[in-house]
Design a binder for this molecule. Structure first.
Ligand code: PLP
Length: 409
């Protein structure tokens, strides 16, 4: 037995696993033992038979490109063609491409990490709406920054822009800078997508705040493609934001190409001043070198082809469209039953998840587990992964949610 721990105090007693993976593990273990389990914890799009939904064109491309070449390192900041393909994927041929740089990262997680360590000083906090993707907490804590959630919804169930504005002003005053994360469209974990009017008001607030100090806005676009024709509606607001702020985009192929395990992503930086853009590009490349070093070579080659070859990109869009159709039947069934049962949820049009508000998330989730239904408790709500629940199970899911809410009263 060791008497002295060599793990530094700050890093002791940490959970090595994410709570989502822990609940998912328990659900799987019970199912394997023969219990009738409905597992709505998994953050990946699953077929109705419980297998991972993939895109055949993506798999074929990865297979074809698997040659000895991909055993070599890709450049630290990413293959030039990949970096370019990501920018064009986001901004098409608009002039924004010339005000932007993309640096390869291992998934959206790497992109968020690179943003945190370059746009916040030690001890400073990142602003997020109070319902947020859990790892923002670990990423900021691990890098000795912090997280400062603001109220997400106002009394009418709309995005709390006044709260967000006040929080930005407070951060400018107390820490001299702002890093604000907007995980839209298809927010995880609530399922909320901002309306056009909300985007306009948010842009105005950023435009105003940026005149008082350095303001950086990161659009975490992890689920963007699942908003269908509205996936890039937010891009039209970026030029006005850039008048007084820096804009970042966390881009990932994890969901859009069903390549969760391939770790293909990018952090995109935008700035109106070329000198500043070059600083951003260097800083992001430096972070890559200092952490994961090179991002996966094969994934970058494949994604470049998939984004730039018109035949391949059309095939990906078509295959993704089928998966989105599958997801939509679940969303429609969920919304129909949830409004009949009057479950308290935000507006939920698209995306992988929806949150159901509860005053006691642990009791709600525990009561649901008794019924064999697994969801993720988060402060003030439970997160329901509609992406992994077949339409035929929505009745059971919503009944269990109703029972779980009753147990919390
Ligand atoms: C909101 C959000 N941002 C970023 C990510 C990062 O995804 P990845 O690192 O797998 O690309 C996820 C993944 O679940 C997410 O839900």
């Amino acid at each position: 037995m060791t008497r002295h721990s060599s793990v530094i105090a700050q890093c002791r007693n940490r959970d090595g696993n994410d709570p989502i993976f822990i609940w998912n593990g328990e659900a799987r273990a019970r199912a394997a033992a023969g219990d009738d389990i409905l597992n709505a914890t998994i953050g990946a799009l699953m077929n109705d038979d419980g297998t991972l939904a993939g895109l055949p064109t993506v798999i074929d491309t990865l297979r074809e490109l698997t040659t000895s070449k991909v055993g070599g390192y890709a450049p630290i900041s990413g293959l030039p063609a990949y970096r370019d393909a990501v920018l064009h994927d986001l901004f098409g041929d608009s002039p924004l491409v010339n005000q932007a740089t993309a640096v390869a990262a291992p998934g959206g997680s790497g992109a968020v990490y690179a943003a945190v360590v370059n746009f916040l000083d030690l001890g400073q906090k990142m602003l997020v709406p109070e319902f947020f993707w859990g790892p923002y907490r670990e990423i900021t804590n691990h890098s000795r920054r912090g997280l400062d959630p603001f109220t997400m919804f106002d009394e009418d169930g709309a995005f709390d822009i006044a709260g967000m504005t006040a929080a930005m002003d407070r951060h400018l005053e107390t820490q001299g800078r702002v890093l604000l994360v907007l995980n839209f469209p298809c927010h995880n974990p609530t399922g909320y997508s901002l309306s056009e009017d909300e985007w306009k008001q948010i842009t105005d607030a950023i435009h105003a705040a940026g005149q008082h100090g350095p303001v950086t806005v990161m659009i975490d676009a992890a689920y963007m493609e699942f908003a269908g024709s509205e996936s890039r509606d937010w891009v039209q607001y970026v030029p006005r934001m850039l008048e007084h702020a820096t804009v970042l985009v966390a881009w990932t192929a994890s969901k859009s190409m069903a390549q969760y395990g391939s770790r293909i992503g990018a952090i995109v930086g935008l700035h109106a001043d070329p000198g500043e853009l070059s600083q951003i590009d260097n800083a992001l490349g430096y972070s890559a070198r200092a952490t994961w070093s090179n991002s996966p070579h094969l994934g970058q080659l494949a994604v470049t082809q998939l984004l730039t070859d018109p035949t391949l990109s059309a095939a990906v869009a078509e295959e993704r469209g089928q998966l989105m159709g599958l997801l939509q039947t679940r969303i429609d069934a969920f919304n129909a039953r949830s409004s009949e049962l009057e479950l308290p949820t935000p507006r939920f049009d698209a995306g992988f998840f929806v949150a159901v508000f509860t005053s006691d998330q642990d009791r709600t989730a525990a009561a649901m587990r008794e019924l064999g239904v697994y969801v993720i408790p988060i402060p003030g709500a439970v997160r329901v992964a509609v992406c992994s629940t077949p339409e035929s199970t929505i009745e059971r899911l919503t009944q269990a949610l109703q029972a779980g809410l009753a147990a919390a009263r």
